[in-house]
Design a protein around this ligand. Structure first.
Ligand SMILES: C[S@@+](CC[C@H](N)C(=O)[O-])C[C@H]1O[C@@H](n2cnc3c(N)ncnc32)[C@H](O)[C@@H]1O
Length: 193
């Protein structure tokens, strides 16, 4: 309940930045963590809010020291630091992702309201995420709308392909999860026969 009231009060203060009336459900959080494997290495989560997805990432078996959590809002950051003392929690703008000095990052999981962010800023975030990740890295993003949650010009500029995961109906509102990766990192399947 405290989580909901913190989320709602931050939404009322910064409606555009938070862009949702409730934290993600645990089912959406699990979906966002469902591509994690034992080989994923370091994970960076951006726009963590109250930490619902962070909890699902750790529950998927990621060691706390392999998770960096980024959040712009100081109040959300305070609760994230208290909940995840062994994770690397950073109060910063996701636009500056590319300046992080982290190694072996293979996945960025985003709860950012990307489609309400201007295209030039979206571009900085997406470019920063793929610069930070190793080749073949995955950028996970959920959206409530029917379209891919990264603007077309940003997808083209960053050479992105995507696939979708099963829709999460048990969320307010229901959400679709996308996995973006760079075309240049997709290895064509060898022909059979
Ligand atoms: C829709 S909420 C999602 C919160 C949480 N991930 C969830 O799924 O419940 C969006 C979050 O992104 C954060 N945010 C928005 N713009 C940001 C930015 N440029 N850098 C870092 N965090 C940002 C907001 O403060 C908010 O916590």
């Amino acid at each position: 309940m405290r989580e909901f009231s913190l989320f709602m009060s931050q939404f009322l203060r910064h409606p555009k930045r938070v862009s949702a009336i409730a934290p993600s459900s645990r089912w959406l959080a699990q979906r966002m963590a469902s591509e994690i494997t034992k080989d994923t290495g370091q994970i960076v989560e951006i726009g963590a809010g109250t930490g619902v997805i962070s909890r699902a990432i750790l529950a998927a078996g990621v060691a706390p020291q392999d998770l960096t959590i980024i959040e712009l809002d100081p109040n959300f950051c305070k609760t994230l630091k208290a909940q995840f003392p062994d994770c690397n929690v950073l109060e910063m703008d996701a636009q500056d992702l590319g300046s992080l000095e982290l190694e072996n990052v293979n996945m960025v999981i985003s709860g950012l309201p990307l489609l309400s962010i201007p295209v030039s800023v979206q571009h900085n975030i997406i470019k920063g995420a793929f610069d930070l990740m190793q080749p073949g890295g995955k950028y996970m993003q959920y959206t409530y709308g029917p379209k891919p949650p990264i603007a077309q010009e940003v997808r083209t500029a960053n050479d992105l392909a995507w696939r979708t995961l099963k829709k999460t109906w048990l969320n307010i509102p229901p959400a679709s999860s996308y996995v973006f990766s760079q075309n240049s990192a997709i290895v064509p399947q060898a022909k059979q026969g």
